[in-house]
Write a protein that binds this ligand. Sequence first.
Ligand code: IPD
Ligand code: CA
Ligand code: CA
Length: 266
Amino acid sequence: MESYLTVAVDIAREAGALLAQLSKRPHEISYKGTFNLVTDADKRSELLIIERLRAHFPQHAIVAEEGGGQQTGSDYTWYVDPLDGTTNFAHGFPVFAVSLGLAYRNEVIAGAVFDPMRDEMFAAERGAGAYLNHRRLHVSKIDQLAESLVATGFPPFMDHQHHDQNMRLYFRFTQLSHGVRRAGSAALDLCSVAAGRFEGFWELKLNPWDKAAGCLIVTEAGGKVTDLAGRPFDLLADPVFASNGLVHEAMCQVFAETLGWRAERS
Ligand code: IPD
Ligand code: CA
Ligand code: CA
């Protein structure tokens, strides 16, 4: 029998190839809110992924960003982001990915994130390590925030209060580190932590389909994932903070100081 991860990797690659092909053509853009874009490519990629998942695992539940999933009462749920980085895609900025994560009772057990522009397949199974195109992945060994490159994101549906808070964090980390990147794909940001390209990544509001696969890939690469106060990761909660583990406490302190609360010891 094929493993869950093998199936996820194959489907993510197929959907990624579709996105790469569609990226060369004009897009039909519609809006889910004032700044929240959706393109024909999001929908076509989701249709493909759901059709494949249903064929392989008809009993499994599927939660997909564009609403094409299914509830089955299964303990297994696939979290599907058919196009992470839609705004980039719509503007021709080549940073986007497909993200598929499988959770068993809210614990992610397998995940694949595919970047079709760089032909990079990030994949992990719980307890079996993380891989980039079959090469074992490890987080970076940098242990000083002052020597770190970090990243964040701003969701299009974020309210003013969260937006202002994250602007303050962006400002503060820009002063304290090598810089803050905001590349527009949370799934790829997480994989960049796993690959040692970033030391840390946080976002105040992320949906489970944005982060399910990426967070498993970070922990399987030896990193740490919590909320901004250092409390255990919760797939269904909004905030996420992933790091190489070595700068985790220092970054938690900055979150706490900048937002005016006390960081927990993690
Ligand atoms: C978005 C991207 C972005 C992040 C947003 C997400 P989408 O996903 O991951 O980097 O900042 O919070 O909503 O809408 O492009 O799938
Ligand atoms: Ca997303
Ligand atoms: Ca998406």
